[in-house]
Write a protein that binds this ligand. Structure first.
Ligand code: ADP
Ligand code: MG
Length: 729
């Protein structure tokens, strides 16, 4: 009997929910481990407090002297909460978060005067030994080291006994080495561009903030069971395993009652989130068995991205206490739904207006339409770049694999807004007559709020859908850092708004148009130019693939194809113009992502080869041997007659041999393709070879293994099965 699997099953089946009690109501706990306004008011001098506020609101630089005072307050606050260490917390290009803890504790050189120390210098800058973080060749020279620098716009927080200071990670030569710097640059670009456009409608707007509310999907698997699967451990997904007889076909898990162990985990997790100031709000079962979702109240994008990265870390740590493992992979199990991370996005002014929310007056609705149509135009003109922003080896399993959503980018806006756009499309070219303007304002622009109320036809198959007061970018991978998608989306909209402003100004100046006339004229042209991206139908259908092809929309099903758009001339120019990436940074990131893709497929190939040969084949042979013994015995007893009696056994023996042969030859062929791919020196070509030459063997090898799983005696099968992973609660 295979011991690991059955031990794990025994462990998992006898587990009880871990005891957990909430310490206080959520509103009392919220943010108590965050150095937020409340804590700053208590621990900072008024000058220091003003310095931080100015930095957050206006990006003002914090002087060193002031940093000393802030650090002092921060240290006092942290020490009062039992903190012993501090760390600069950052997001290198590995997709996860990084930290290096230093104790506050210091002594003089002779060991005397022990003291807890933390000053402005430690707050503002730290030098992690950064040579092993991905840098895409930026830091090849000895001098070009990296350092982390404090990001005052995301508040410091305490996790465990460590004070975590959100920071950016930057090369001494100035290039960004992390996910946060480009995001901050993109957010500043959209702030500037959107504020300028807002001034057409309200002169009081001084700042526009991009908002993000992510929805995080995940699987929760018993720890013992997850650990019994080497593929889950090493790659985050199952590389083989026959689908369970029962999967999600009965839809009995979706929104069903949450299993007790999972619910206890969620309550514990939510309490941690409250302390850390992550405003989690929603929890429910997802479509696949043991799949769940968690969503917060939306926040300013930089903070929301930090909170999502932090959450993913906290989720794994809390899971440890509850004997669970969280799977963030986009497709951990074949045959049931994968996981995504919907990014709900909008723009908010400092006057309290959601720019993507229609309202009561025609004038503010013209503002809504301006931002709405500009966003659609931005996606239309940059669909390949948007697709590239969500391309990873694991997300390829969702996009372009007959699952939510397709690899084709399109925008869903609903029937009513489609009608509004078509009416705006027939606006007169040039100056509008007073009658036309009145009619537009009363009957088209003025009607939107009523209309949206009954706009309920949500299309779940659309990768980018308007949902009443925000856009929902649904194609982001569950395992991704949101910043890649958010940097790109905010960048392309920022660029679009700059172009819009220029075009409107141009009409006002050269054609002597009124502001409204100019805006209507430009929007009309945008609607005409953005037709190809609007799609209301079933995004999964073959018909759409054909139609999208005719429209000239891209349909990149794999990462190596998709990410080329990141270094297209259009993308390089756009990023450079907005100051988000210079060419060196953009090229470096593209290289890093190619390498990451290659490594992921390489690891999967190795793990699959190992499991197939070291687990599956030996098990199959053992079982085949019992069959052979059986046939021998039958021959001894029945003599010539045995051929009829042992017919089925003999067929099985042959079938097993066939699959063993299949596995061996395919693993060998795959290994050869890997060796060939490794010889390539061009990162793009190597990723393509892994994608097109190595990866196709995975399915073949898996099929042979999965067939054997069905043939071999359950008692001797070593790998924990799908039904056990998915239905143990
Ligand atoms: P669903 O898409 O599952 O129907 P909801 O429409 O309730 O869910 O909202 C999903 C997410 O959208 C939530 O995380 C919420 O915080 C976020 N959200 C709501 N309004 C905004 C906004 N203005 N900007 C960004 N995110 C928002
Ligand atoms: Mg959603």
């Amino acid at each position: 009997m295979s011991t690991l699997r059955f031990q794990a099953l025994k462990e998992a089946s006898t587990r009880k929910p871990v005891h957990f009690e909430e310490i206080d109501r959520k509103s009392n706990l919220f943010g108590s481990n965050v150095f937020n306004e409340k804590a700053m008011k208590q621990y900072l001098t008024s000058d220091a407090l003003k310095g931080v506020r100015d930095a957050i609101q206006h990006g003002t630089k914090i002087e060193r002297k002031l940093a000393d005072y802030i650090a002092m307050g921060m240290k006092e606050w942290a020490l009062a909460k039992g903190v012993t260490h501090y760390t600069h917390w950052f997001q290198p290009l590995t997709g996860t978060t990084a930290e290096k803890h230093d104790a506050f504790f210091e002594t003089s050189y002779d060991g005397s005067d022990p003291v807890e120390k933390f000053g402005g210098a430690q707050l503002v800058q730290q030098e992690p030994d950064a040579s092993s973080f991905p840098n895409g060749g930026i830091r090849n020279t000895f001098e070009a080291r990296g350092y982390t620098a404090w990001d005052p716009t995301s508040p410091a927080f305490i996790y465990g006994t460590t004070l975590c200071i959100p920071t950016v990670f930057i090369a001494y030569t100035g290039e960004a080495l992390d996910n946060k710097i480009p995001l901050l640059r993109a957010l500043s670009a959209i702030d500037e561009a959107a504020t300028e456009v807002c001034k057409y409608f309200d002169k009081n707007v001084k700042k526009v903030t991009a908002t993000l509310g992510w929805e995080q999907e995940y699987f929760l698997i018993d720890k013992a069971l997850a650990n019994s699967r080497p593929d889950l451990m090493m790659t985050g997904r199952t590389l083989l395993g026959h689908t369970s007889a029962k999967g999600q076909q009965l839809d009995d898990h979706y929104f069903g009652s949450i299993p007790t162990r999972a619910l206890t985990y969620m309550r514990d997790l939510e309490q941690e989130c409250m302390l850390l100031g992550i405003p989690v709000k929603t929890r429910h079962n997802e479509v696949a068995p043991n799949q769940f979702e968690l969503a917060p109240i939306f926040e300013e994008t930089n903070l929301a991205v930090d909170h999502n990265s932090l959450l993913m870390d906290v989720m794994q740590r809390v899971a440890e206490r509850h004997d669970f493992k969280v799977l963030f992979h986009e497709k951990p199990f074949k045959g049931v739904n994968g996981s995504g991370k919907h990014n709900n996005w909008s723009l908010a002014t400092d006057t309290g207006v959601n720019l993507l929310s229609p309202s009561k007056t025609p004038m503010s609705n013209l503002q809504f339409l301006t931002f709405f149509i500009n966003t659609i135009k931005a996606v239309n003109d940059n669909e390949t770049l948007l697709r590239a922003s969500i391309a990873t080896a694991s997300n390829d399993h969702r996009l372009g694999a007959n699952e939510a959503p397709p690899a084709i980018m399109s925008v869903f806006i609903g029937a009513q807004l489609t009608k509004v756009l078509s009416e705006l499309e027939s606006v007169t070219t040039g100056k509008l007559s007073p009658e036309e303007k009145t009619d537009l304002k009363l009957n088209v622009v003025g009607k939107i709020p009523d209309v949206l109320l009954d706009n309920t036809d949500r299309n779940r198959t659309s990768p980018f859908a308007f949902t009443g007061n925000k856009f929902e970018f649904r194609a982001v991978g569950s395992n991704s850092n949101c910043s890649n998608a958010m940097t790109t989306l905010n960048a392309i909209v920022a660029k679009q708004l700059i172009d819009f402003k220029n075009e409107v100004e141009n009409l006002i100046e050269s054609k002597d148009m009124k502001k409204d006339d100019a805006i209507f004229n430009v929007l009309r042209e945008y609607i005409k130019q953005s037709k190809k991206i609007l799609f209301e139908g079933d995004g999964y259908s073959e018909a759409w693939e054909k139609e999208a092809g005719k429209r000239g929309l891209s349909n990149f099903k794999t990462t190596p194809e998709a990410i080329k758009a990141k270094v297209s001339k259009q993308a390089l120019d756009l990023f450079a113009e907005l100051g988000i990436f210079n060419h060196v940074e953009a090229e470096a990131r593209y290289e890093i992502e190619l390498e990451e893709y290659t490594k992921k497929i390489q690891i999967e190939g190795r793990v699959l080869g190992d499991i197939a040969r070291n687990h599956v084949i030996p098990t199959a042979i053992r079982y085949q041997n019992t069959l052979i013994e059986n046939v021998k015995g039958l021959k001894e007893i029945f003599g010539k007659e045995f051929e009829t009696i042992a017919k089925e056994q003999i067929t099985l023996i042959k079938e097993i041999s066939g699959h063993i042969e299949g596995i061996n030859s395919k693993v060998l062929a795959m290994t050869n393709e890997r060796k060939k791919a490794n010889q390539l020196t061009d990162a793009q070509k190597m990723a393509e070879a892994y994608c097109n030459k190595v990866k196709p063997y995975f399915e073949d090898i898996r099929n042979h293994c999965d067939k054997l799983e069905l043939l071999v005696d359950d008692e001797s099968w070593t790998l924990t099965k799908y039904r056990e992973l998915l239905f143990t609660k």
